[in-house]
Structures are given as structure tokens and as C-alpha cells.
Ligand binder design. Structure first.
Ligand code: RIB
Ligand code: CA
Length: 300
């Protein structure tokens, strides 16, 4: 299984990347997108995370704004410049291609690429417009995004990644048969640092900061028992099949309304439409914690 990670690091993106690499997944490259922070920062953070983990992989910088609307960032959750912890200033650079071009190239090269999309879906939507044949070269697309029965975390109706670029998300939904991994399950993807023996080193402290990135007031606001590592739930499904998924007819609200960016699932089949995607409905929390704990222990 060849995997491309499209991300906007982000503390939970950082742990997702750690999990993918330390679990031995065949990561063929990473692409970056504006999301938790401007794309210059998410790119810098991606290169720095790879150096922190001691991996040398190609990184392509992607979209600096959503397809249509204004950009929105989340440094108030993830820290200044979009990430917490002490990271090296990266010495590596991005490849020359844009993220969208890189996705198309890698998909055509591998023929059965798995894409783990951990931020707004702008790059993937752009890749689909460059190459409408792209779905033929993709095995599956897993997306951290959406809030179905769970309330939204960016607006009352919408989760941050889908709210950031609903037009792109809708484009991906129309042609890539994605699997959405919504807040309904990722809000349970929590690993408390007390369950780990993190050394009192800069490295251990950085990982502790990633695991506890939600500020206290945000954690209380969302009534979370810890900091959900949303993006790592997608990767843990690739390494350890931690999710239960079902086929569903999904829609994304793109109108300028209070529900813009909402993910709507036809749970009872009342729309009488065929399923167009998969939806994660449950997570094995113990398997998730074991997978992430094991990967962190490997990296220490
Ligand atoms: O809503 C959670 C998602 O938004 C995660 O991917 C987080 O990194 C942010 O991008
Ligand atoms: Ca993310």
C-alpha cells in the first residue's frame, strides 16, 4: 500500500505523520495545504517534523487558500505558526511541483495510491481538475473531516477541515468515493501522556505538547477528556483497522448559510440515493491508543 499524506500540521497532523512513519507504512510523499496555519507555516512544519523524526521524503507545497472563500486558520488551538513543541529549523526544501501536480504524478506512478487527507481538501480538488482520470489511479481516499451527529468545531454545523473549503470537499465527494472520518469518532481518539513514559528531554516534551495541544478552555468548551488526535485516527485505520465504516449517501453544504461546510449523511436512506462514500461510525479506542503509543515509543 503506497500512501500520500496531505496535511496542514498542526499537532494532530504531526502525530499522524509520526504514526505513519514509525509504523512502517510506505509513505511516498507529503503535500501541504493552508489550514491550521498559512501554507508557508504548514510546509515549514512538515519539513521540520520529518527532520525531527529523521525521515527524508519529498514534500510538495500546496494551496495557500480555499477554492472560493476566505482562508481561516487555527493557531489558537495548535500554537504559534500552527504547531507546538521544539522543532529544528528544516534544512530540506520542497520539490518544485505544486501539491496538486505531485498528487497526480504519484498516483499515476503507483496506480493504486492511498491518500490520507488530514486538512482542507483544496489540493485534492485541484488535482482532480488537472486530471479528471485521477480516481482510476487512486485506491482510496480517507479524509479527516465532518461532524455528523457530533456538533461542529468551527461552526455549530461544520468541522474545521470541511468548513475551511467546502467547495473542494464537495468536488472530492463527487468523484473520489472518499471515506470520511468525522469528529463523531475522532473526538474519542485520545492518548493521555500519563499512559506513556515520555523522557524529560526536548524530544519527549515536544511529543507531550502534541498530545496535549488543546488549550484548557477549548478542551472544556468541547467537553473533551483530553486532546483528540483527530488526524491520527485516519492513519491508525491504515495500520490497525481501528474504524468501523459504512456506506452512505453523503452531501456537503456549499451554500452561504449557517450550515456551510456541514457533512450530511442519509442514515435512514430517506433520500433514496445510492451510496456515494463511506463514513466512519465507530473507533476501537484501545487499538487506537495501542497503535499511537507503540509508534511514539519507537521514535523515542
Ligand atoms: O477538526 C479537526 C481537524 O482540523 C484536524 O485535521 C486538525 O488538524 C485541523 O486541521
Ligand atoms: Ca489537520
Amino acid at each position: 500500500m503506497s500512501i500520500l499524506i496531505d496535511a496542514d500540521p498542526g499537532c494532530d497532523d504531526a502525530l499522524a505523520i509520526l504514526l505513519a512513519l514509525e509504523s512502517g507504512l510506505d509513505v511516498v510523499g507529503l503535500t501541504t495545504v493552508a489550514g491550521n496555519a498559512p501554507v508557508e507555516d504548514t510546509t515549514h512544519n512538515t519539513l521540520a517534523i520529518l527532520e525531527f523524526l529523521d525521515y527524508d521524503l519529498p514534500v510538495a507545497q500546496g494551496a495557500d487558500r480555499p477554492l472560493i472563500k476566505r482562508q481561516d486558520t487555527a493557531e489558537f488551538i495548535h500554537g504559534e505558526n500552527g504547531i507546538r513543541g521544539e522543532l529544528p529549523d528544516p534544512s530540506s526544501r520542497t520539490v518544485d511541483e505544486s501539491a496538486a501536480e505531485f498528487i497526480v504524478e504519484r498516483a499515476r506512478e503507483h496506480g493504486d495510491l492511498t491518500i490520507a487527507a488530514l486538512g482542507p481538501l483544496t489540493n485534492l480538488a485541484l488535482a482532480l481538475s488537472i486530471d479528471p482520470q485521477l480516481p482510476k489511479f487512486i485506491d482510496r481516499v480517507l479524509v479527516m473531516g465532518g461532524a455528523v451527529a457530533h456538533a461542529g468545531n468551527r461552526t455549530p454545523a461544520a468541522e474545521a477541515n470541511l468548513h475551511a473549503d467546502p467547495d473542494a470537499a464537495s468536488r472530492v465527494l463527487q468523484s473520489a468515493d472518499p471515506t470520511f472520518v468525522p469528529l463523531d469518532v475522532t473526538s474519542q481518539a485520545i492518548l493521555r501522556p500519563q499512559r506513556l513514559e515520555l523522557p524529560a528531554t526536548a524530544r519527549g516534551e515536544t511529543i507531550r505538547e502534541w498530545l496535549t495541544y488543546y488549550p484548557e478552555d477549548s478542551r472544556k468548551q468541547f467537553d473533551y477528556a483530553g486532546s483528540p488526535i483527530h488526524d491520527a485516527a485516519v492513519i491508525a485505520h491504515l495500520t490497525d483497522s481501528v474504524l468501523t465504516t459504512e456506506r452512505s449517501y453523503l452531501q456537503i453544504e456549499t451554500d452561504d448559510s449557517p450550515s456551510r461546510g456541514a457533512l450530511v449523511s442519509d442514515e435512514f436512506g430517506v433520500a433514496s440515493e445510492p451510496a456515494n462514500a463511506s463514513l466512519a461510525t465507530d473507533i476501537d479506542e484501545q487499538r487506537f491508543r495501542d497503535a499511537l503509543r507503540g509508534a511514539i515509543e519507537t521514535t523515542l
